[in-house]
Design a protein around this ligand. Structure first.
Ligand code: COA
Ligand code: AMP
Length: 614
C-alpha cells in the first residue's frame, strides 16, 4: 500500500483523530472540547491565526528567517522581511487599527494591490480578532459596493493605486462610487498616484504593538466573496482554527514543502489562492512566501517567472494554467528558462481552471519536474483532489487533477442523488462532513448556504462542477454545471455581468454566457435585445463594453456584445444559457425540450456567424 493509500485509510478510519493529530502541530491557547461539532471544527478551543503565523516562529527559532519576499517588477522594487520584522509591523498595524476603533468581531474591508501592507493588514486583523474581507483590486465599483453592503465594514483599508503593465489603477474614484455611507478609510500612499484626503480619511500608520486577541478556533477569520450565478456574491467564511490546521497539513502533505523553504503562489491576495497560499499556508508552516506584483509575460518578458524562481530559490510555484499558456505563447521554446538555474525548484502546481493536456506536456517537458494539476474552490479553501507529493505520489494522468485528498470523499451523483459508478459523468459532490478549512456557512446567510450547497443532494456538499472518477480513483472535472464563468482562472458571475449590461438605457434584456477561448479558457460574450426603436451603432457596442469594465472591472474581459432580436427561453421565461454556449462554440446539440420557441435558435446561429472570436 502506498503512503497516500495508508494516509487516506487512516483518515477514513477515524477522521476526528486524524485532524486532532494535525492540530497538535499548532499552538492552542486553550484546548478544544471535541474535534468537531456539526460543521464546526475544534469548538471551545482558543486559537489565534496571527500568533501561529508569526509569534510562534519568532519564539521558536525562526525570528531571523525571511518570512516575506516582495518582488515587484511593476514598481521596480524588492523588500524582504524576517519573521521578527513582520511580527513588529503587524503588531503595530494592529495597534493602529485599534486606534481607529476596530474591535474583535468587526469587519475590515481591504481593497489593495499586491504590496506587503496588504498581507500585513490581513494578519493585523487576525491578530485583533477582526474579520478581514479582501476585495480583489481588479473589481470595480459595482462588485465593491455589493461586498461593502454585505460585510458592513467598520473600516476600509486601501491604497492610492494599483499598478498594471499599461496603466495605473486609481482606487479612489472606484471606492467613492461604491460607498453609500461615510465609512472611515485608511490609505497607503503610493508614489505613482495621489490620494485626495477628505474627512474620515487617514494616512497609513502604525500604533502601539498589540498582543494577539483571545479568539476561539470557531471565530471567523475572514470573509471572501465569490461569484455565484446571481449578481450577489457569496460571502465565504473561514475560521481561525480549522483553517490553520488544514492549511498547515496541506503544505507538507500535498505541496511537499518543509518549514524554512520558499513557496511562491503567483496569484493575487484577492483570491482564495492568495489567501491560502501567499499568506496563511506558507506562514503557518514557517516558510518564506513570495509576494509578486507582476505578470508572467510583459513585465518585462516571458522569463520573469524563471527569474523569480532562481533569484529567490523558490522550491514550488503555484499558479493558474493561463499564466503558463501566456509564457508558452511568447516563448514556446523556453529560451528564457535555459538561461536560468532552477536547481532548487521541485514542482509546479496549477489550479483554478482546466489544465489542457498541451500545456501540461509543454510545462512538464520544459521543466523536467512534476507538474501537478489540482482541483479546489474558494469554498473549500484548500485542495480536494491533487497528487499529494508529500505522500510520495507522482502525477499520473494528464487531464485529471489527481485523486481525492485525505479529508474528502468525492462521489459522482446523478440527478436524483444516486452515486454513479466509475467512468460515468455526473455532479461532483463531497460527502459530509467536510474537513477543517471549508467554509461552514455564508456570511450572515446560513439559509442560503444550505440552499446553494446542501439542499440538492442531502448528505453531500454540491460543488457545482460536473465530472467523473476513473477506475483507479483519478478525478476528471468537465466544467461548471451552473452559469459561473471561469476566465483565466477567475470566477465571474453571469448575473453581475448581465446587471452591468442591463443598466444601459437602450437594453431591453440581455444574457451573458461563456464561450471557449484557447488562451483564457473561457471568455464572456454578451447578447442583448434592444428596446424598440434603439439603433445598433458602434458607439452602443463601445458603451456596453465600457459599462462592464466600469461596473465589474477590466478583469471580466467582456469585449464583445451581439445584438439580437430575441433570446432563447424556457416556457417559464428562463434564459437557456447552455444552449447559447453551445451555439457560440459551434457544438451540435438536441433542441432543449423546455424551449418556448425553437426557431429562435436558427436566428441566433445565423447572427453568431458574424461574430468573430478575438
Ligand atoms: N487591478 C486592476 N486591473 C486588473 C487587475 C488588478 N489587480 N488584474 C487584471 N486587471 C486588468 C488587466 O489590466 C486587464 O486590463 P486591460 O483590459 O485594460 O488590458 C484586464 O484586467 C484583464 O486582465 P488579465 O485577465 O490578467 O489579462 P491580461 O491579458 O492582462 O494578462 C495573463 C493575461 C495570462 C498574464 C493573466 O491573465 C495572468 O497572469 N493570469 C494568471 C491567472 C491567475 O493568476 N489567476 C489567479 C487564480 S490562481
Ligand atoms: P474558484 O472558487 O474561483 O477557485 O473556482 C473554482 C472552480 O474553478 C471549480 O469549481 C472548477 O470549476 C474550477 N477549477 C478549479 N481548479 C480546477 C482544475 N484543476 N481543473 C478544472 N477546473 C478547475
Amino acid at each position: 500500500m502506498s503512503l497516500y493509500q495508508q494516509t487516506y485509510q487512516r483518515w477514513q478510519q477515524d477522521p476526528e483523530a486524524f485532524w486532532m493529530e494535525a492540530a497538535a502541530a499548532l499552538h492552542w491557547d486553550s484546548p478544544f472540547h471535541q474535534a468537531r461539532e456539526g460543521n464546526r471544527w475544534f469548538p471551545g478551543g482558543h486559537f489565534n491565526t496571527c500568533y501561529n503565523a508569526l509569534d510562534r516562529h519568532v519564539e521558536n527559532g525562526r525570528a531571523e528567517q525571511i518570512a516575506l519576499i516582495y518582488d515587484s517588477p511593476l514598481d521596480h522594487k524588492q523588500q524582504k522581511f524576517t519573521y521578527r520584522e513582520l511580527l513588529i509591523k503587524v503588531a503595530c498595524l494592529a495597534g493602529k487599527l485599534q486606534e481607529l476603533g476596530v474591535r474583535q468581531g468587526d469587519r475590515v474591508l481591504i481593497y489593495m494591490p499586491m504590496v506587503p501592507e496588504t498581507l500585513m493588514a490581513m494578519l493585523a486583523c487576525a491578530r485583533l480578532g477582526a474579520v478581514h474581507s479582501v476585495v480583489f483590486g481588479g473589481f470595480a465599483s459595482q462588485e465593491l459596493a455589493a461586498r461593502i453592503h454585505d460585510a458592513q465594514p467598520k473600516l476600509i483599508l486601501t491604497a492610492s493605486c494599483g499598478l498594471e503593465p499599461r496603466r495605473i489603477v486609481e482606487y479612489q474614484p472606484l471606492l467613492e462610487r461604491a460607498l453609500e455611507t461615510n465609512i472611515p478609510i485608511m490609505v497607503l500612499d503610493r508614489p505613482q498616484c495621489a490620494w485626495h484626503y477628505r474627512e474620515n480619511h487617514h494616512r497609513w500608520g502604525e500604533g502601539r504593538a498589540v498582543a494577539p486577541a483571545r479568539t476561539l478556533a470557531t471565530d471567523p477569520l475572514y470573509i471572501l466573496y465569490t461569484s455565484g450565478t446571481t449578481g450577489i456574491p457569496k460571502g465565504i467564511v473561514r475560521d481561525h482554527g480549522g483553517h490553520a490546521v488544514a492549511l498547515k497539513w496541506s503544505m507538507q502533505h500535498i505541496y511537499n514543502i518543509s518549514p524554512g523553504e520558499v513557496f511562491w503562489a503567483a496569484s493575487d491576495m484577492g483570491w482564495a489562492v492568495g489567501h491560502s497560499y501567499i499568506v496563511y499556508g506558507p506562514l503557518l508552516h514557517g516558510c518564506t512566501t513570495v509576494l509578486f506584483e507582476g505578470k508572467p509575460v510583459g513585465t518585462p518578458d516571458a522569463g520573469e517567472f524563471w527569474r523569480v524562481i532562481e533569484e529567490h530559490r523558490v522550491v514550488s510555484l503555484f499558479t493558474a494554467p493561463t499564466a503558463f499558456r501566456a509564457i508558452k505563447k511568447e516563448d514556446p521554446q523556453g529560451t528564457f528558462l535555459k538561461r536560468r538555474d532552477l536547481t532548487n525548484f521541485r514542482a509546479l502546481f496549477l489550479a483554478g481552471e482546466r489544465l489542457d493536456p498541451d500545456t501540461y506536456h509543454w510545462a512538464s517537458q520544459l521543466l523536467e519536474k512534476p507538474v501537478v494539476d489540482h482541483w479546489w474552490q474558494t469554498e473549500t479553501g484548500w485542495p480536494v483532489a491533487s497528487t499529494c507529493l508529500g505522500l510520495d505520489e507522482e502525477p499520473g494522468q494528464p487531464g485529471s487533477p489527481g485523486k481525492t485528498v485525505p479529508g474528502y470523499r468525492v462521489e459522482i451523483l446523478d440527478e436524483r442523488g444516486q452515486a454513479l459508478p466509475a467512468g460515468q459523468e455526473g455532479a461532483v459532490a463531497l460527502k459530509l462532513p467536510l474537513p477543517p478549512g471549508n467554509s461552514p456557512t455564508l456570511w450572515n446567510q446560513d439559509e442560503k448556504y444550505h440552499q446553494v450547497y446542501l439542499s440538492q443532494f442531502p448528505g453531500y456538499y454540491n460543488t457545482g462542477d460536473g465530472g467523473y472518477l476513473g477506475e483507479d480513483g483519478h478525478l476528471f472535472i468537465m466544467g461548471r454545471l451552473d452559469d459561473v464563468i471561469i476566465v483565466a482562472g477567475h470566477n465571474l458571475s453571469t448575473g453581475s455581468l448581465e446587471e452591468a449590461l442591463a443598466g444601459h438605457p437602450a437594453v431591453a434584456e440581455c444574457a451573458v454566457f461563456a464561450v471557449k477561448d484557447d488562451f483564457k479558457g473561457q471568455l464572456p460574450l454578451g447578447m442583448v435585445v434592444l428596446k424598440a426603436g434603439q439603433p445598433e451603432t458602434p458607439q452602443l457596442h463601445q458603451e456596453l463594453v465600457q459599462r462592464v469594465r466600469d461596473g465589474v472591472g477590466a478583469i471580466a474581459c467582456l469585449k464583445q456584445v451581439v445584438v439580437v432580436e430575441r433570446l432563447p427561453k424556457t416556457r417559464s421565461g428562463k434564459i437557456l444559457r447552455a444552449a447559447l454556449r453551445k451555439l457560440a462554440d459551434g457544438v451540435e446539440f438536441p433542441i432543449p425540450p423546455t424551449i418556448e420557441d425553437a426557431s429562435v435558435l436558427d436566428e441566433l446561429r445565423e447572427r453568431l456567424k458574424s461574430y468573430s472570436r478575438r
